[in-house]
Design a protein around this ligand. Structure first.
Ligand SMILES: NC(=O)C1=CN([C@@H]2O[C@H](COP(=O)(O)OP(=O)(O)OC[C@H]3O[C@@H](n4cnc5c(N)ncnc54)[C@H](O)[C@@H]3O)[C@@H](O)[C@H]2O)C=CC1
Ligand SMILES: O=C([O-])CC(=O)C(=O)O
Length: 340
């Protein structure tokens, strides 16, 4: 009891000092969904967030009323599913997180979600380009390899595209990678760092074990680990058996990425996260977006890290990744061109 009270007091103190130094409005679009709800809960508990705006086509105000009773300093508002509601949710936001859209069922690929989610993301991007063109946009909705280019095309068409402020959330891939490697090595997962580059689906997810703390993992053990990281999402889809895909681990990953952006915006140096962005790394091969380690700053993307030294095995993984990624990106671009 005493310990719990102490924790609470510490939290209150931190909440007060953070909100006194900087007000940060964060909007969640798709806030009543499987990811949206736990993500909003974690954001409500984050003392760096001063205002939380929750929007969904159904249930936003209910989730907001529930979270608003939590005794943390931030204000939580739910918005009606109208164009005005969406605009008001977005206005003044520093960060806009988008987990709106349908999740996979067993047997589907992320690309199978394109037909439904492309127009959802396009329409939300239009509203954000209008109401909060300078916000950092964090795209969670799948297929991320295509939905991120969709947002960029929408912003470009309106003359407000800033590549430093658009992020595909691939944090879950490194979260999984550190957990899975720790299970094979019997180590503490919170201390394991495994760079994962490329995109966010199947073979476009490229774990770089040679750059982890266990570069000597080889043979079947390596193949199994790489495969588990690439297809970790499928593991959850299968286990949920038709009830959706990863939501809780994704909420943790999304909240971590938002927290990193806020830390960087509030002056902390050296904040690095993996993320799928408009990147120069493989543009010469026609791949305009790529996930690698990115240093974040007050203006969003501060520095894009190179992929670094890879071994022959990883070179092959990268080759397979780039082929698929290029097609996924083009699909998003073409969609907005055909359906502006
Ligand atoms: N980037 C990543 O690592 C991950 C991405 N995802 C993706 O996140 C998305 C959401 O997944 P879940 O939360 O499990 O799905 P869900 O179906 O539980 O929730 C989606 C929510 O979006 C809302 N929504 C639909 N259209 C909307 C619109 N136009 N405006 C606002 N809200 C809208 C729905 O009402 C629903 O509440 C899926 O596309 C899924 O594939 C899931 C896990 C990891
Ligand atoms: O697998 C899915 O469909 C959801 C997702 O992106 C993930 O869990 O990584």
């Amino acid at each position: 009891m005493f310990a719990a009270r102490q924790t609470f007091n510490l939290f209150q103190k931190r909440a007060f000092s953070a909100s006194a130094s900087q007000a940060s409005k964060v909007a969640v679009l798709g806030a009543a969904g499987g990811i949206g709800q736990p993500l909003s809960l974690l954001l409500k508990l984050n003392p760096r967030v001063s205002e939380l705006a929750l929007y969904d086509i159904r249930g936003g105000p209910g989730v907001a009323a529930d979270l608003s009773h939590i005794n943390a300093n931030s204000n939580v508002s739910g918005y009606n599913p109208t164009p005005e509601g969406l605009r008001d949710a977005l206005k003044g936001s520093e960060i806009v997180l988008i987990p709106a859209g349908v999740p996979r069922k067993p047997g589907m690929t992320r690309d199978d979600l394109f037909n439904t989610n492309a127009s959802i993301v396009r329409d939300l991007a239009k509203a954000a380009a209008e109401a909060s063109p300078e916000a950092n946009v964090l795209v969670i909705s799948n297929p991320v390899n295509s939905t991120v280019p969709i947002v960029s095309e929408v912003y470009k068409a309106r003359g407000v595209y800033n590549p430093k402020r658009l992020f595909g959330v691939t944090t879950l891939d490194v979260v999984r990678a550190s957990r899975f490697i720790s299970q094979t090595q019997k180590t503490d997962p919170s201390k394991e760092v495994v760079p994962v580059v490329g995109g966010h689906s199947g073979v476009t997810i490229v774990p770089l074990l040679s750059q982890s703390g266990h570069p000597s993992i080889a043979g079947e053990a390596r193949d199994a680990l790489v495969n588990r990281i690439q297809f970790g999402g499928d593991e959850v889809v299968k286990a949920k058996d038709g009830a959706g895909s990863a939501t809780l681990s994704m909420a943790m990953a999304g909240a971590r990425f938002a927290e990193s952006l806020l830390r960087a915006a509030q002056g902390e140096k050296g904040v690095v996260e993996p993320t799928f962005i408009d990147s120069p790394l493989y543009k010469d091969q026609g791949v305009d977006f790529f996930a690698s380690r990115v240093e974040l700053g007050p203006n969003g993307v501060e520095k894009i890290h190179e992929v670094g030294k890879v071994n022959e095995y990883e070179e092959k993984l990268l080759e397979a990744c780039l082929g698929d990624l290029k097609k996924n990106i083009q699909k998003g671009v073409d969609f907005v061109k055909a359906n502006p």
